[in-house]
Design a protein around this ligand. Structure first.
Ligand code: PLP
Length: 370
């Protein structure tokens, strides 16, 4: 299969813009005429120092990050942040932290959090799956909690917060891994916003952590040094060897976003792409069925089932996946815990890509509906 004939709807590591891949390919062998490739560049070299600081500045300008926030790069993915958050923000295991559990990723964050804090669930347990976010009147928030944690967009279950939850003055922490830079985010409403790069802004290996400055320097004494936000901030994210390649790719993707109109343009594309997909689903008379309540339905990771007589039909779903793959539409299988189909509309997926998928879906329905 050729790259130019393939549309990769993977949840992550996800598709990168062709322009980025092309430029990276040049620099694998010889970065800026230095005679060595970007992966071979010293992290103490002037070239990497410039790249690192420029990448942080690009994030600042694209997201309009206020000056009292630091932009950090850490490793260990979103999963390392599940521990880094309580270790940096709370003094002891006696602290209570509030978690919104709206899908698999916030559930995993809370499970890891239990090692470090008393976890309070803001929402009552979602029997029968994650399909909505209950009204504010039903939230069980702890006055004076160490922090409130939420996942802006659940990659597996497809539940997305339309707005950050209003939790008063308690520090608010956001896992933005799967919708980062697909829409504007009001950083000032948050204590910490973090995102792994491998979905919307690059490849695996680097996690962007945006943290309010007054929260630095309060981590527990036994916090691993690589997760200590203050140490990372002081060293401008080169305390130890950084993932040079991943930061380089992040840099290229951020420049690509900037060139194509910034987060505001990504936001317009996000809405247009979602509309193309959702109109096929809405006109399918229930053949394609999204379990999530529409108000909270993710615009970025859209899971759905293919139904026959109201029941999900895994044989038809398998046929959908193989017919789609034959046309170069790949990585559409739902997460193993929920089954079905999942469409991921990250930044590198274009409106034309989604139109091709939508047209395939219309044909598939006509051919396979009884
Ligand atoms: N948070 C969200 C929303 C995710 O989708 C993922 C991974 O897909 C993670 C956290 C964990 O990230 P990682 O695998 O980089 O540790």
């Amino acid at each position: 299969r050729k790259r130019e004939n393939t549309i990769n709807f993977s949840p992550g590591p996800a598709a990168l813009p062709d322009e980025v891949v092309r430029e990276a390919r040049e620099n694998v062998m010889n970065y800026k005429g230095l005679g060595l490739g970007v992966m071979e560049l010293s992290h103490r070299s002037p070239e990497y120092t410039a790249l690192n600081l420029q990448t942080q500045d690009l994030l600042r300008s694209l997201l309009h990050i206020p000056s009292n926030y630091q932009v950090l790069f850490q490793q260990g993915g979103g999963t390392a942040q599940f521990a880094a958050i309580p270790l940096n923000l709370t003094p002891s295991e006696d602290t209570t932290a509030d978690y919104f559990i709206t899908g698999m990723w916030s559930q995993k964050a809370a499970k890891e959090g239990e090692k470090f804090v008393k976890v309070n669930h803001v929402l009552s347990k979602a029997d029968g799956g994650y399909m909505t976010i209950p009204e504010q009147s039903q939230w069980n928030l702890t006055p004076g909690a160490g922090f409130v944690y939420y996942c802006a967009n659940e990659t597996v279950h497809g539940v997305e917060f339309p707005e950050p939850p209003d939790v008063g003055s308690v520090p608010l922490v956001c896992d933005a891994s799967s919708n980062f830079l697909t829409r504007p985010i009001d950083i000032a409403k948050h204590a910490v916003v973090y995102a792994g790069a491998q979905k919307n802004v690059g490849c695996a290996g680097v996690t962007v952590v945006i943290v309010r400055e007054d929260l630095l320097g309060k981590c527990r004494p036994y916090t691993p040094v690589v997760l200590d936000y203050a140490v990372t901030a002081k060293a401008k994210s080169v305390y130890n060897t950084p993932p040079v390649w991943s930061v380089y790719i992040l840099n290229l993707v951020l420049k690509w976003i900037q060139k194509h109109g910034g987060v505001e343009a990504m936001e317009r594309n996000r809405v247009a792409k979602f509309q193309s997909l959702i109109s096929v689903i809405d006109q399918s008379g229930g053949f394609y069925r999204i379990p999530v309540e529409r108000r909270f339905c993710s615009h970025v990771n859209i899971p759905f089932r293919i139904t026959v007589a109201g029941e999900a039909n895994s044989d038809l779903e398998a046929k959908f996946l193989s017919d789609a793959a034959a046309l170069g539409l790949v990585q559409l299988k739902g997460h193993r815990s929920v089954g079905g189909i999942r469409v991921c509309l990250y930044n590198a997926i274009s409106c034309e890509d989604v139109q091709k998928l939508a047209s395939f879906m219309s044909h598939f329905m006509l051919q396979n509906r009884n």
